[in-house]
Design a protein around this ligand. Structure first.
Ligand code: SF4
Ligand code: SF4
Length: 239
């Protein structure tokens, strides 16, 4: 059974699916997407030429099309955009190959905005899509870098076969072979300067980026909030 919640959207979302959302809720959420200042920069109408689809890696593997994203957004089709927000947008790999669009559209950018709204509003689809990424979110937001080499372990990446075992066993050696010294670490993607990390913490706290995490994973949010506040306190910075 889904957990009980006071959030009426979330309850409907997790219990009955997106079809149960009232129209005004869909309009509000899609309104947030269209009112985003990036939205008009990412959309100039669509020729339906399909160039973005040909360039899109996700379209090769999933029932997904950046052209459908651009068309729905061009028509301001609230129902279809809301449906895409629940399903299609999570198939995008955010590679931005679709920037080849001759009309100057950025379907991947529209998807970024839609994802942000889905996360901010704590939609079930966002929580489900991000459920397997808690460890990665923690790593990125605590260290200021990305997936670290020591996360490349056979149990985490069984589909890599013997390759990942070889890499994990000789990790130190592989990393020391890399020319830039900032990459001679196995616990972070690269060494981040203390000052940079403190600046990142301030940005994530001040912009509300950290609060977005609370909507999808309260546990990780609490851990990160404590970590960041403690560090900023050491630096004498109040946020
Ligand atoms: S950003 Fe998304 S929509 Fe655009 S090409 Fe990459 S996977 Fe496809
Ligand atoms: S490349 Fe641009 S104009 Fe062509 S289908 Fe895609 S979004 Fe539309």
């Amino acid at each position: 059974m889904p957990a009980a919640t006071l959030d009426p959207y979330r309850k409907r979302d997790s219990v009955a699916g997106h079809g149960e959302f009232p129209l005004e809720v869909k309009q509000r959420l899609i309104g947030m997407v269209m009112e985003d200042p990036r939205f008009p920069e990412y959309l100039y109408g669509c020729y339906e030429c399909g160039i973005c689809v040909a360039a899109c890696p996700s379209a090769r593997f999933y029932d997904f099309s950046p052209r459908r994203i651009a068309q729905a957004a061009s028509r301001r089709d609230v129902e279809l955009m809301f449906q895409q927000m629940q399903e299609d947008i999570w198939e995008c790999s955010q590679c931005f190959s679709c920037l080849r669009c001759p009309r100057g559209n950025n379907p991947g950018g529209i998807i970024t905005v839609m994802r942000e709204v889905a996360v901010k509003e704590g939609l079930h689809s966002a929580r489900e899509a991000l459920a397997g990424y808690s460890r990665i979110i923690y790593k990125i937001m605590s260290t200021g870098t990305q997936v670290s080499p020591d996360m490349l372990q056979p149990d985490a990446f069984p589909d890599w076969g013997p390759e990942v075992k070889d890499v994990s066993e000789n990790l130190d050696l592989w990393r020391r072979m890399l020319p830039p010294e900032t990459l001679h670490t196995t616990t972070t993607g690269w060494k981040v300067a203390d000052r940079t990390l403190v600046e990142l913490y301030v940005i994530w706290l001040e912009t509300g980026a950290l609060d977005m995490i609370a909507q999808v994973d309260r546990g990780i949010h609490m851990i990160l909030e404590e970590l960041m506040e403690e560090r900023l306190e050491e630096e004498g910075i109040e946020v």
